[in-house]
Design a protein around this ligand. Structure first.
Ligand code: ATP
Length: 235
């Protein structure tokens, strides 16, 4: 289980996150919701160590990770599919996927992990030798997700997976995330601006506004919440 408590973080002297707390059980999909600039990506960056939090706690199965270097947090199994995918566009699909196997265990299991990913994304198997930059946006997102899976995540963070993609591709990605939670026990953090899609996939969610968690609940509770309806679902 991942438990984040009272996370405070920002850029320079500007504080963005104020006492952000949330938890994600094993096998659970949790949505982090909020509008542009609310602090969702900053939350993810503080959890993964890309941004050093000013204070707070990030516990993964009882191990304190807050303040540790991002490499140590990656080794502990918190793996992110970054917003904008960040593939090595000149490298082939295979080479990009191989880079996901950074730990000794992941390297040993690379062949099995590749087959596992190709079952989810059969298109990638046909494209192993193609330069990643020449793939469609949807295919690139599949590579980014597969690369994260090859790292054998215990916590998988998806930051805005729907950005610029066709609805059917988004559904495919969200189905994989849901399946990883249910069948592999992975904890999934889904950062999404498409609140409807996020809550249809997630078990629970947290709403962040101005760097603070202002609401949390099950997906059904949030979908029925008047503030969520007005501010995020346009109902
Ligand atoms: P979006 O959905 O648009 O990605 P978000 O909820 O992920 O938004 P963040 O990217 O976390 O929001 O940004 C929160 C605040 O932090 C914003 O006011 C943003 O301008 C600021 N911010 C983000 N990155 C930096 C940075 N590198 N330096 C200074 N301020 C930053």
């Amino acid at each position: 289980m991942l438990e984040v408590r009272n996370l405070n973080a920002g850029y320079g002297h500007v504080q963005i996150l104020r006492d952000v707390s949330f938890k994600v059980d094993d096998g659970e999909v949790v949505a982090i919701l909020g509008s542009n600039g609310a602090g969702k990506t900053t939350t993810v960056r503080a959890v993964t160590g890309m941004l050093r939090p000013k204070s707070g706690s990030v516990m993964l199965n009882g191990e304190e990770l807050c303040g540790k270097p991002s490499r140590a947090i990656l080794d502990a199994g918190i793996i992110q599919v970054p917003e904008g995918r960040q593939l090595f566009t000149e490298m082939t699909v295979y080479e990009n996927l191989e880079l996901g196997a950074f730990s000794i265990t992941a390297k040993k299991k690379l062949a099995d992990s590749l087959e596992f990913c190709y079952r989810y994304f059969p298109k990638l198997k046909e494209r192993t030798e193609q330069a990643a930059g020449t793939l469609s946006g949807g295919e690139q997102q599949m590579v980014a997700v597969a690369r994260a899976l090859i790292g054998l995540p215990r916590v998988l963070i998806l930051d805005e997976p729907s950005l610029g993609l066709a609805p059917n591709i988004v559904d495919e990605i969200l189905t994989v995330a849901h399946d990883m939670a249910v069948n592999q026990g992975v904890s999934i953090i889904l950062v999404e601006q498409d609140v409807n899609k996020a809550l249809n996939t997630a078990n629970r969610g947290y709403v962040i506004e101005n760097g603070q968690v202002v609401l949390s609940g099950t997906s059904a509770e949030l979908q029925g919440n008047e503030h969520v309806k007005r501010a995020y679902l346009g109902i």
